[in-house]
Design a protein around this ligand. Structure first.
Ligand SMILES: C[S@@+](CC[C@H](N)C(=O)[O-])C[C@H]1O[C@@H](n2cnc3c(N)ncnc32)[C@H](O)[C@@H]1O
Length: 205
């Protein structure tokens, strides 16, 4: 599993390598831009004034929302990613911390209109994902939504199919969302398939 040092090293080349995989429609980032655009448009089309971004990386999504006047809060464990994002969003409240150990206390003390996590929560086990999401729900204002965009599948069979297709490229250290398993815990969760390897999960409060 890539640790914070790994993400520090990836920070400079991150946008380029993600863009390439998305353009070539290959695993793991096929559908990346579509996912981010969908989340962006839904948040802008709402009355949301504050967004919490978990594992914000280089701030590709949240900096666009920031430019539209939305208050951005976030947590990431890579100093380099934080540096890159803070440059784009000087007024954003960004905290360093490992989300597998929970959210920074400063972030737990308030509520948000929307919560987003793109391509970050696959670093948690399924059990950790469930606990983490359960802890996010009380931080959401009524009417808000948690948007999770990632390598994700409707069923485990679809995940296995993608794994076969990806061959040696498949990353065994990442643990991807399987919607029909998550839905058993979160009956209100919805899923939109975006590409053969990606999807958007939403949980409205
Ligand atoms: C693949 S990048 C995604 C970045 C961004 N959300 C995007 O969509 O481009 C994953 C991000 O999550 C962060 N991350 C991964 N595991 C983490 C953890 N356990 N705690 C905090 N941040 C983590 C990484 O540092 C990185 O910035």
């Amino acid at each position: 599993m890539l640790g914070s040092e790994g993400f520090d090293l990836w920070a400079d080349g991150y946008d380029k390598s993600v863009g390439l995989s998305d353009e070539e429609k290959t695993y793991p980032f096929a559908g990346y831009k579509d996912i981010l655009n969908k989340i962006y448009n839904r948040i802008l089309g709402s009355d949301a004034k504050s967004v919490l971004d978990i594992g914000f990386g280089t701030g590709t999504l949240s900096s666009r929302l920031y430019e539209k006047g939305i208050d951005i809060y976030g947590q990431d464990f890579s100093e380099k990613m934080i540096e890159a994002s803070q440059k784009k969003m000087p007024g954003a409240k960004l905290f360093c911390g490992d989300f597998s150990k929970g959210l920074a206390k400063e972030l737990k003390n308030q509520k948000y209109d929307m919560i987003v996590a793109t391509y970050s929560l696959h670093h948690l086990t399924d059990e950790q994902k469930v606990d983490f999401i359960k802890n996010l729900v009380p931080l959401l204002n009524d009417g808000g939504t948690i948007y999770i965009g990632d390598v994700a599948f409707n069923t485990r069979a679809e995940l296995e199919e993608c794994k076969k297709l990806a061959g040696e490229e498949w990353d065994d250290e990442e643990i991807y969302f399987v919607f029909d398993e998550m839905k058993k815990v979160f009956p209100k969760m919805e899923f939109e398939r975006i590409s053969f390897c990606s999807g958007l999960l939403s949980l409205k409060k």
